[in-house]
Design a protein around this ligand. Sequence first.
Ligand code: DOR
Length: 440
Amino acid sequence: MAYQIVNARIVNEGAIHGGSLSVDDGRILGIDVPPPPGAEVIDAAGSYLLPGLIDDQVHFREPGFEHKATIETESRAAVSGGITSYMEMPNTNPQTATAEAMADKHARAAARSMANYSFFFGATNDNLEEIKRIDPALACGVKVFMGSSTGNMLVDDETVLEGIFSSTPLVIATHCEHTPTLKINEAAARERFGDAIPFSQHPIIRSVEVCYRSSSLAVELARRHGARLHVLHLTTARELELFDRGPVAGKRITAEACVHHLFFDDTAYATHGSHVVCNPAIKTTADRAAIWEAVRDDRIDVIATDHAPHTLEEKAGPYGSAPAGLPLVQHSLLSLFEHVAAGRFTMEQLVQKTSHAPATLFGIRDRGYLRPGYWADLVLLDPSSPTPADAPLHAKCGWSPFAGMRFSSQVRMTWVNGELRYQDGRFLPGSGGRRLEFDR
Ligand code: DOR
């Protein structure tokens, strides 16, 4: 199938260029090149045409927690939000901590994922030998929960951490929160508030110190062993001193920020309660401003979602029993565009952080850039048609932390591997996502 998208504002590799993009047989032919004879013409009418977003941190809950989400439902929500590839986390049931569990996830995604997919292999305190045997073609990286969060995957055995950082050639993606410190903080809050801890205590319990102790340890381990470290979801100004400015290519230590930490600050606990409770916690206005500065000066390389759906019933519990995490894939691009509109960063930087950088960081083959021969993973964003955040919601849990808001832009079309899978609120039939391949 051949087509040419004309009248587009093409955002790619640090520039915005008015022109056309041609696609044939799932792959990009080029920008401003003649389309093959008989190609369909699609008028972008001045909308932005971007490489589809590559989300390097999502929780799609399958297998084990299908009441919250499935690969099918969440990958559709992702495509409706302009995300064409994702990397999924191992805190499922069973945990993705064995070769069999990894193979099972691949089979599920091959059957039902609308977007392209890859999976993190999960570290535990006792699977070091399995980690050493991972087929690097099959895993995007190794996920290490160096802090307890949803799913009981805490790795706190120092010998195991040394073993992982000294042996794996894969990207080590870490969740950094120092669990002993957060337990002390939580006990202090229980002492003070009993069973009625206000949600506003979340960033005080999961504090700056909690984050810094763990992320500084991860960076120290990576430096000492020359490991390839990617610290996920930074939330504090203090941690930013651990990261270098500069282009993602060639860095051994990289960092990620997430859309909710860039959008909300701790004033949201009063209005949103558990609906903004996530780990690590959303922190102060000053922390958020510092994270933005680091996005702009390239200490933070990637922006992702940490899409982590839970049901409304689960979220209705009190502090401590309401699980942490927010559904975000549908609104990632739309919420980031609000920051472009507000002048916090540019459209070119948005594409760099959400598509180019994850492709380069993980060595994803033929994706993440609008280049001849690359897969046509594309999204058309209309900057002047608003989208209400509430309807319709595609994530299975059926709620959004952005409820009541209106985004100023709209995802009009999303193509996955050259196939138009989403257009103006409707999903279209097609062949489904492919496994991400890596050049390593
Ligand atoms: O808020 C979070 N939710 N942080 C995590 O690290 C895990 C995630 C989840 O799986 O719910």
